[in-house]
Design a protein around this ligand. Structure first.
Ligand SMILES: *Cc1c(COP(=O)(O)O)cnc(C)c1O
Length: 864
């Protein structure tokens, strides 16, 4: 690049139009130094460039020019890296991978996110760029964004909507090769609308945002994409059609041919229909063939363990939007509806986008280990014969983009202590052990600075709120006495969905009052969060906390800030000493806000749900409650609240104030030591670098390979469909005809005495793998199993022994070998099996072919 001839202005433009700036706080300081007011007001570099008078003249400053030049060359170096993680590990893998999501949290100046799901997508975009993974991201441009929240003098949430002009953001219009705005037609119910798009560069990741706000559309259609999660069901389905179907149309118009697809939540799932339509047309395929082809390189990630949180549409609404398209597929409407049907109530049916997504993808995951298990259970009906613990629903635990959520003060500290190359080591656990050697005094100094910044934001924001609510000057002035850096501050901020139980700590008000008013060991709480405009109970929680915060006994000790966004989030996760997370287990699929805390030397105090259940090691923070299930919400809430008070009073506060007796104020040495443990144990494991690497290795690379195989070999699709059809036609007749053992010292279990059982008996399957087979002791067992296969080819099934070691509880499986040709449809299988200890054993048979993504994906399984 000809850097030397570039003017400072064009360098500034480059910096402003790549969201690389959103995780490089040095760039914020630069833009703030150009125009402090505009920056403070908007935190938007494009508006700084647009709204600074005599910009060019003000750039005539050697110091500034140098700063711009330095940052610009950092950006250029970043964009031109050749030795990325992807380049090193996947040199022969071709992309790109297309990722679809309804929301993205890149920065508060682009308010197209509502909470954790969006921030996760945004962090995914950024880590993909850091790792050099070729990805394109597709979303919607919400010109009114998500709502701006006010909390009025009665504690009521008011939902206000701003107006965001794409030309005032770090976006560029998507154009055709000739440079004209790219606009395409999209069929929506009975009409055709125009759709345009804006592009955000996020490092080297491309994020495309679709937008229906085109002058040729009707007023109503122009507003379709205006509000994130706004409007009624009709608007929602329209948005999802624009996102999914429009997204595929856009990529096609741009000549982008993704090698794999990632469906982030069911919202975006309709993209598969457009892909299927294209495959049918371009490859003269049937619907079923095209569906298999399109599924072969598609991953679906589910995020919602709350059944009601899973998107579903009524059948008439589906009919209105898809009947015509499905007719063109030459399948019956019923066949299509079956791909998404969940009979929720007996007389009412919904089309579930989660069920649909499972049916049109071949890779599936939840977002933490526990959530993976919950998702296996929730969606087990998709593979009803397979024990839920073994079904294809997998998991990858969420993470956060460290450079976005780590405060600049901490980054500077790392540069001085662990070296300036730490950004290349974010997923390297061993590297981070050396952070344990950073001196306590440096950490304390850094944390005090972060806490001061948080307190100053909290006070300023609170004063603004009080002013807007016409409070007295006395009340407003009092805010300057709220919080101080010697008081333990606990943060709680996230969406106010009721399962997150924002009001849990108020369960026993007397206990809380005693804790916050203890002059020896004071503690204060800062809350913030929006409730969805239609979530009345969530809004009630806001009102309750607001009212508590006004009680004389809690004033200044319990604070609630309005309009939670990524800016408030950054301040709270970096400034708080402790991060509180008390969802009703197991409803928090992962949670990510707590992952932003250890990297800023804070500590988590959380229910053992989602990510924290994996991360908590007894030493790096605290747990609320135990890992157990409750039959009753009230008992659960009560027990968790009591445990919260107990741990706070008996463990957390004494540790924080441990050095007070020695005359030291603020956090103790032991506290700082604990924050280091928290830092070292969490930073690499819960970063999106680790997460995106996992996605690449576990899903994207295999999906790309599968997609290639299926694309280049039409026979594979036919084999898959033929096998599935044969399994379906023969499965009810399939049964075990005999099981024998021979060999030394074999105790033949009585259950196996009878070699003949009625087929019906075997149609049962266990809800989980249990091992009712009998114990036997042997050196070598020779096992013979016969199965009646009817018309099925023996290579279409696997006969397998599931063996459980009684001492260790370890389970392993051994495939049986076919002994010879079938006899009257009976296959004879055998296994020679060494067993020195007592085992329990069962046999199963399941549908198989050589090209499955998951061994049980056909779903056919029968047990002996
Ligand atoms: C990180 C983040 C979240 C996620 O919070 P959870 O506690 O995981 O629900 C939500 N909103 C914002 C603005 C965030 O930055």
């Amino acid at each position: 690049m000809r850097e030397t001839s570039m003017t400072t202005l064009s360098q500034l433009n480059d910096l402003a139009y790549n969201y690389w700036w959103s995780w490089n706080q040095d760039v914020w300081n630069l833009f703030s130094s150009i125009n402090k007011e505009v920056w403070a007001e908007t935190r938007n570099p494009v508006l700084v460039l647009k709204n600074t008078k005599d910009l060019e003249a003000s750039l005539n400053n050697e110091d500034l020019k140098k700063k711009v030049g330095d940052l610009h060359s950092r950006l250029v170096t970043y964009l031109n890296r050749k030795d990325t993680w992807f380049a090193k590990n996947f040199a022969n893998t071709k992309g790109p991978i297309a990722y679809f999501s309804a929301e993205y949290g890149i920065h508060e100046a682009l308010p197209i996110y509502s909470g954790g799901l969006g921030v996760l997508s945004g962090d995914h975009v950024k880590s993909a760029s850091d790792l050099g993974i070729p990805m394109v991201f597709v979303g919607l441009f919400y010109s009114n964004g998500y709502f701006t929240q006010r909390i009025n003098e009665d504690g009521k949430q008011l939902d206000l909507y701003g107006k965001f002009q794409p030309e005032n953001l770090s976006l560029t219009p998507v154009t055709t090769k000739n440079g004209e705005a790219l606009v395409f037609d999209l069929e929506l119910a009975e009409r055709t609308i125009k759709v345009q798009a804006h592009k955000a560069m996020v490092g080297s990741s491309e994020l495309y945002l679709l937008d229906s706000n085109h002058p040729a559309n009707s007023e109503a259609d122009r507003l379709l994409t205006a509000k994130l999660y706004g409007g009624d069901r009709e608007m929602r389905i329209s948005q999802e059609v624009i996102l999914g179907i429009g997204g595929v149309k856009l990529l096609k118009a741009l000549g982008i041919e993704p090698a794999a697809f990632h469906m982030n939540e069911g919202h975006s799932g309709f993209f598969q229909l457009e892909r299927i339509k294209n495959a049918m047309k371009e490859r003269s395929m049937t619907f079923d063939e095209a569906k298999i082809l399109c599924a072969s390189n598609c991953l679906f990630t589910t995020h919602t363990p709350v059944p009601a949180g899973n998107e579903a549409f009524s059948l008439p609404l589906m009919h209105k939007h898809f009947f015509k398209m499905i007719k063109g597929f030459n399948i019956s409407w019923e066949r299509f509806v079956e791909l998404g049907i969940v009979p929720e109530k007996s007389d009412y049916k919904y089309f579930s986008l989660t069920v649909f997504a499972i049916n049109v993808a071949r890779f599936y995951n939840g977002v933490s280990e526990l959530h993976g298990k919950i998702a296996q259970k929730m969606w087990r009906d998709q593979w009803p014969q397979v024990p839920e613990v073994e079904n294809p629903m997998s998991h990858i635990t969420n993470g956060v983009h460290v450079q976005t959520w780590m405060a600049l003060d901490v980054k500077n500290l790392l540069n001085e202590t662990v070296g300036t190359k730490w950004e290349d080591e974010l997923a390297n656990h061993d590297f981070w052990k050396k952070a344990g050697d950073i001196s306590n005094s440096e950490i304390r100094e850094t944390k005090v600075a972060l806490k001061a910044k948080m307190i100053s934001l909290v006070r300023a924001q609170l004063k603004k709120q009080l002013k807007e609510n016409n409070e007295s000057q006395k009340e407003i002035d009092a805010v300057d006495t709220y919080l101080d850096d010697k008081t333990l501050v606990i943060g709680f901020a996230r969406r106010f969905a009721t399962y997150k139980r924002a009001t849990l700590i108020f369960k026993d008000l007397k206990k809380l009052e005693a804790l916050v008013n203890n002059p020896e060991r004071p503690v204060a709480f800062v809350f913030s969060g929006k409730a969805h405009p239609q979530d009345v109970p969530g809004q009630k929680y806001i009102e309750e906390i607001y009212k508590f915060s006004r009680m004389p006994s809690l004033k200044g000790k319990v604070i609630i800030l309005e309009n939670y966004d990524m800016n408030i989030s950054r301040h709270l996760v970096s400034g708080s000493d402790v991060w509180l997370n008390n969802p009703r287990r197991p409803m928090e699929a992962s949670g990510t806000s707590g992952q932003k805390v250890p990297i800023n030397f804070g500590l988590n105090f959380s229910v053992l749900d989602g990510w924290w259940r994996e991360a908590f090691d007894g030493n790096n923070g605290w747990a609320i409650g135990e890992e157990k299930d409750f039959a009753n919400d009230e008992i659960q809430d009560y027990e968790d609240a009591m445990d919260f008070y107990k741990t706070l009073e008996q463990t957390i506060l004494p540790l924080y104030y441990a050095d007070k007796a020695k005359g030291e104020n603020g956090s103790s040495a032991a506290w700082i030591e604990k924050t280091k443990i928290s830092f070292v144990t969490n930073i690499s494991r819960y970063s999106t670098h680790r997460m995106v690497q996992d996605y690449m290795t576990k899903f994207y690379a295999p999906a790309i390979a599968y997609g290639d195989k299926y694309k280049n070999n039409g026979d594979l699709i036919k084999t898959y469909l033929d096998n599935r059809r044969a399994l379906k036609m023969n499965w009810k007749a399939m049964y075990f005809t005999y099981v024998h053992f021979d060999g030394n010292h074999v105790e033949v279990p009585s259950q196996f005495d009878k070699s003949w059982k009625s087929p019906l008996h075997h149609v049962e399957y266990p809800a989980e793998v249990t091992f009712p087979g009998r114990v036997f002791e042997t050196n070598e067992a020779h096992i013979h199993v016969g199965t009646y296969l009817g018309d099925l080819k023996p290579e279409s099934v696997v006969v397998e022994a599931v063996i459980c070691d009684l001492k260790t509880d370890e389970v392993k499986t051994e495939k049986l070998r076919l002994k010879g040709p079938l006899e009257d449809g009976v296959g004879h299988f055998e296994l020679k099996f060494k067993a020195n200890d007592s085992k329990k054993i069962r046999f199963r048979i399941y549908g198989h072919d050589n090209f499955l993504v998951h061994p049980f994906e056909y779903g056919y399984m029968m047990w002996y």
